[in-house]
Design a protein around this ligand. Structure first.
Ligand code: PGA
Length: 289
């Protein structure tokens, strides 16, 4: 099962020199791991970098000869192509520049730019139409969490995806990142039981609106660090991590990716064990037949 480790750099770093240094450090760290052959490449997560719009092209150039993907943080809702929209960058322009994914619905966009469901639907439509993949971010406030309203909030946010009629066409280009707002940048994290409850709800919701979404990758985001990554990676309902702060440090970012690799590989053995047990039980039941 493929997993994903995605670094959302937000409005960081300050200089192009720092951007190049961070990108190069991630690239060479990955290449070193590949050369050492200690980590099973079959289970190494797909890495994705999400720099600011200004830094997309330089980052894409540095990683062009690797498997590292590049995503933008936003696309224009005002049409998918070109036009008189000062300050906007369209999904077409992103795709033309070699950018393959976009974040949509990050809580910081919802909060500071007042992005409504309608705006998010327009952004998502523009992105999908232009061939971009979409990492759709959802998550509840602390108030909603404390009032036990997480599931209704999440369902309401997912209605943006439900607005699409042609989902089977896009199913392999949609991911959902559950990011409780109170966990972003705070060092606080939910229990893995809570994350699993929410991701199970997301999975059921998506499968219900269109069965082709049954295997949509479900990420967790919010204060993921090297020392807490294992608990998220260990869940069958978490296919990856969306990382902010820790993604600005190449060693931390790659250490989280290493954890996903080794834990997901180990889970394959657990699956095999469960399979063996199932097989043994099956054989036992059928022993006299
Ligand atoms: P954080 O950010 O890892 O710094 O909490 C996560 C995010 O905003 O995607």
């Amino acid at each position: 099962m493929q997993s994903w480790v995605i670094g959302n750099w937000k409005k960081n770093p300050a200089t192009l020199a720092d951007v190049n240094e961070l990108t190069t450090a991630i690239k060479s760290g990955l290449q070193q791991r590949q050369a050492e052959g200690k980590l099973n490449p079959e289970y190494y997560p797909t890495l994705m970098l999400v720099p600011s719009t200004l830094h997309l092209v330089p980052v894409a150039q540095v990683v062009a000869d690797t498997d590292i993907l590049v995503s933008c943080q936003d696309v224009s809702d005002k049409g998918a192509t070109t036009g008189a929209f000062t300050g906007d960058c369209s999904a077409l322009q992103m795709a033309e520049a070699g950018i393959s994914w976009t974040l949509i619905g990050h809580s910081e966009r919802r909060q500071y730019h007042r992005e409504s469901g309608e705006v998010l639907i327009a952004k998502m439509r523009n992105a999908l139409e232009q061939g971009l993949g979409v990492i759709f971010c959802i998550g509840e406030t602390l108030v909603a969490h404390d009032l036990n309203k997480t599931l209704p909030v999440v369902r309401d946010q997912l209605s943006v995806i439900a607005a699409f009629e042609d989902l089977e066409e896009y199913a392999d280009r949609i991911m959902v990142a559950y990011e409780p707002i109170w966990a972003i940048g705070t060092g606080k994290i939910p229990t893995i039981d809570d994350v699993e409850m929410v991701n199970k709800e997301i999975k059921d919701y998506l499968t219900n609106i269109n069965s082709t979404l049954a295997n949509t990758p479900l990420l967790y985001g919010g204060s993921v660090k090297p020392d807490n990554a294992e608990q998220f990676a260990s869940s069958k309902l978490v296919d990856g991590a969306l990382i902010g702060g820790a993604a600005l440090d190449a060693d931390k970012f790659l250490s989280i990716a290493d954890t996903f690799c080794s834990v997901k590989e180990k889970m394959k053995d657990d699956d095999k064990d469960t399979g063996n047990i199932t097989q043994r039980i099956f054989s036992w039941f059928n022993r006299d037949k």
